[in-house]
Write a protein that binds this ligand. Sequence first.
Ligand SMILES: Nc1nc2c(ncn2[C@@H]2O[C@H](COP(=O)(O)OP(=O)(O)OP(=O)(O)O)[C@@H](O)[C@H]2O)c(=O)[nH]1
Ligand SMILES: [Zn+2]
Length: 353
Amino acid sequence: MNDAHRAALAIDALRRGWPIAIAGAGGTVALLPIETADPVRLAAFDPDGTAPVLLSAGRAFTLKLANQIEAAVPDAPVLVERVTWLDFATATALADPQFDLRTPLKGPFRAITLSQQDVGTAALRLARIGGLLPAFFAIPGGTADLTLDIDDIDSHEDAARLSIATRARLPIGRAEDAEIVAFRTPEMPGEHIALLIGTPNGEPALVRLHSECLTGDMLGSLKCDCGPQLDAAIAAIAESGWGILLYLRQEGRGIGLINKLRAYALQDQGFDTVDANTRLGFAVDSRNFRVAARMLELLGQRAVRLLTNNPEKVAQLEGAGISVVERVPHVLPANPHNEKYLATKRDRTGHQF
Ligand SMILES: Nc1nc2c(ncn2[C@@H]2O[C@H](COP(=O)(O)OP(=O)(O)OP(=O)(O)O)[C@@H](O)[C@H]2O)c(=O)[nH]1
Ligand SMILES: [Zn+2]
């Protein structure tokens, strides 16, 4: 079993509500994910009822668990002392923000020192990769049947392990002259896709990095601009004569579909896209575009013209060795449902409109 394989097994275990342990520099922590556990599993994991709760700083800040906690790094780990009345239902309320405004929480809660900060960070990251709420029962020094090292998660996420699985001609409505190329690593559940449109002409390709948005891409959601952006990107590339659309499996800016829909539920309560992510305990944007750089490299493209309003995409591609010779704006008209979302992207996440 290689490192990445071990991380894949751990993600699978968390989704099934099975405990794992992660080993870091300061020792091991046994972890039971709150979202997929139940009181019976908790009793088996922690017969004494003393295991503290591991949350993210964004969540802890939202719950006002400790004055000192900064929300500046919303995905940093915070350990909450387990007192007798902090039962499974209360832990679920700590983990899941959907009832924050409806049910006042008991308290007070007390943040305690987590010696294995590195393990805490890794656990929250693994929950995000698995599409789960970033919250665990944690036993510092504990063990489990499956123990992984923090480095195993890096191996699992390593873009260098990506390779081309297959390619085929794919005529599409907007471009009959297109080819689809599929990429994966042995462990990843989804596939990244490249759509090569037109004929290479020696000029840097017009490239769009599109992050998966099931609601926008498939259902025509008006809450975001993803659907129209996808369509317009394909049209612009076809029009330019030659280019590439990368369809990246980074649903919800990397938190997965279910967590994105949780963020939407918080937006229904009035929070914007940034605050909704923070209240859930995630970074505002968890995406890593090294994967896109690796795909371009495998396609033999070292220089591109990039269709985006997001300077972070330009910076990350450049940082990964792809030369972005031009940023081409990709602004689509707003509608009454996404006006506020687009304004938030402009005002709070550095998008250039
Ligand atoms: N977490 C979360 N993800 C969202 C939300 N709305 C859209 N997304 C996701 O955001 C991603 C698209 O990112 P955007 O921020 O719209 O655009 P961008 O790719 O950063 O920038 P551009 O290249 O300029 O379009 C997709 O993965 C969507 O699923 C939201 O409210 N919350
Ligand atoms: Zn979208």
